[in-house]
Design a protein around this ligand. Structure first.
Ligand code: PHE
Length: 448
């Protein structure tokens, strides 16, 4: 248990790895965050920029993070240290790993609050509360929920306890097996919701909104939001993918595998958009209403469809599972860091990490009610945590990883890891040295 070098899951096969990486990538980011960001940031323009960011920046950075992890065979900080030493580079590169650990901790705090909403909706759908209020007044259930600090507190606490329990016990037996069955079910649920969407009057408008761009809406903040979300949704820029890569065998083709994970993640996000917007438009709701979007809209669809109560319960239960497979990956880096840098055993390390993120999460949930007046930098604590991580920390940490691999790891090393040659090698060089880093820098600088 307290083995200090290999503390988390070791992939038994490539499939197990793809599942774990996809489990981390697919989460609230795809189903909760992506649609509301599309709604807030101008629809199809955001979608297009997001797709470019995923392909040109996200994919190469995902490959780089795995590459460092596999070569380093250790936690993100030590992997960065080891590879930079091997390459005769400054040990300061380990800061990239450290920034990642900090980022994952901050994200976990507010992620758990949203995981709590999802749990609450599962319960509320099963017992009828959500459905009733959706029928009476759209979105009232969600508004009322945000105004109850104790209720939010309770569900946030429950979500964090479950996350902690899974990480403390080890990932392999329970969660991987569960994810294998539940992820496909989530996809089925989305497909059914899209099917429902086609029967509403909002379907055409939704397709237009998501896929036919209005270029006048393009601006720096849309591009920054898309870039930040590309990092968030692929779990990049926080050492998670480095940690996961450290348990990979040499026989796995990193580029092909990254393509699989990226495609799955993207398809699920787009499907979520097409499940949600028809309902939004058919009911005259506001697409730009922000973080409450799916929580206010989907119950309307469930209230209207046959067996909606059962179906709503199932949907939110699956959403909670998707959130859990991501949350455990968020708790892992901090846990591992504490385990290796302090005398704490694994359970103690997981407990300290979870407690600290839980405490910060309380500040985040209070920003919807009791502390709504407290807005440093013009944002409440919840939005502040989200903005600081997604728009600043993740892109910069990811930039560190790709610049390191592109410029500071010798080409023989990279070629050997990626099994490249000829054209592939040239493309990789161009993308990792120029396209991806310059992309991040340009977006970043232009948005400031
Ligand atoms: N990628 C996850 C999602 O889309 C969130 C996440 C971010 C998980 C960072 C781990 C690390 O919900």
């Amino acid at each position: 248990m307290a083995n200090k070098t290999h503390t988390h899951a070791q992939w038994s096969s490539r499939t197990a790895f793809v599942l774990a990486a996809t489990g981390s990538a697919v989460g609230l980011g795809n189903i909760w965050k992506f649609p509301y960001m599309v709604g807030e940031s101008g629809g199809a323009v955001f979608v297009l920029v997001y797709l470019c960011c995923i392909a040109l920046i996200g994919l190469p950075i995902l490959v780089s993070e795995w590459l460092v992890g596999r070569r380093g065979q250790s936690n993100p900080i030590n992997s960065m240290l080891k590879v930079s030493r091997d390459e005769g580079r400054s040990p300061a590169w380990a800061l990239v790993g450290l920034a990642g650990v900090l980022g994952s901790f901050l994200i976990l705090s507010f992620y758990s609050v949203v995981g709590g909403w999802s749990l609450n909706y599962t319960w509320g759908s099963a017992t009828g509360g959500v459905g009733e209020s959706a029928g009476v007044a759209l979105g009232d259930y969600f508004g009322a929920l945000l105004e109850q600090p104790w209720t939010l507190f309770g569900w946030h606490t429950l979500f964090m306890i479950v996350t902690f329990a899974i990480v403390a016990c080890g990932v392999k037996g329970g969660l991987e097996r569960a994810a294998k069955w539940l992820m496909p079910l989530l996809i089925v649920a989305l497909v059914v919701l899209i099917g429902y969407g086609t029967t509403t009057t909002g379907f055409g408008q939704a397709a237009d909104f998501m896929f036919s761009p209005d270029w006048s809406k393009l601006n720096g903040s849309v591009v920054l939001a898309a870039l930040g979300h590309a990092f968030f949704t692929l779990s990049l820029g926080m050492g998670i993918m480095m940690a996961y890569g450290s348990y990979l065998g040499q026989d796995v083709d990193l580029i092909k595998t990254a393509r699989t994970v990226v495609i799955l993640d993207t398809v699920i996000a787009l499907a979520a958009g097409m499940a949600i917007f028809p309902v939004v438009f058919a009911n005259g709701q506001d697409a730009g209403s922000g973080p409450g979007l799916i929580f206010a809209t989907l119950p309307v669809a469930f209230a209207d469809m046959p067996a909606g109560m059962l179906f709503g319960t199932l949907f939110f239960a699956l959403l909670t599972i998707a959130a859990l497979t991501s949350a455990i990956s968020l708790l892992e880096p901090v846990t591992e860091f504490l385990e290796e840098r302090t005398p704490l055993p694994r359970i103690g390390a997981a407990l300290v990490a979870a407690l600290a993120a839980w405490a910060l999460g309380i500040a985040a949930l209070l920003s919807f009610n009791l502390w709504s007046g407290f807005t440093p930098f013009g944002l409440g604590v919840f939005d502040l945590l989200d903005t600081l991580t997604a728009k600043f920390m993740l892109p910069l940490t990811g930039l560190g990883a790709i610049v390191f691999v592109g410029w500071f790891v010798k080409s023989e090393g990279v070629n050997q890891e990626l099994a490249l040659g000829g054209t592939g090698e040239m493309i990789w060089r161009i993308v990792s040295r120029f396209v991806a880093p310059i992309g991040v820098i340009v977006v970043f600088v232009s948005s400031l």
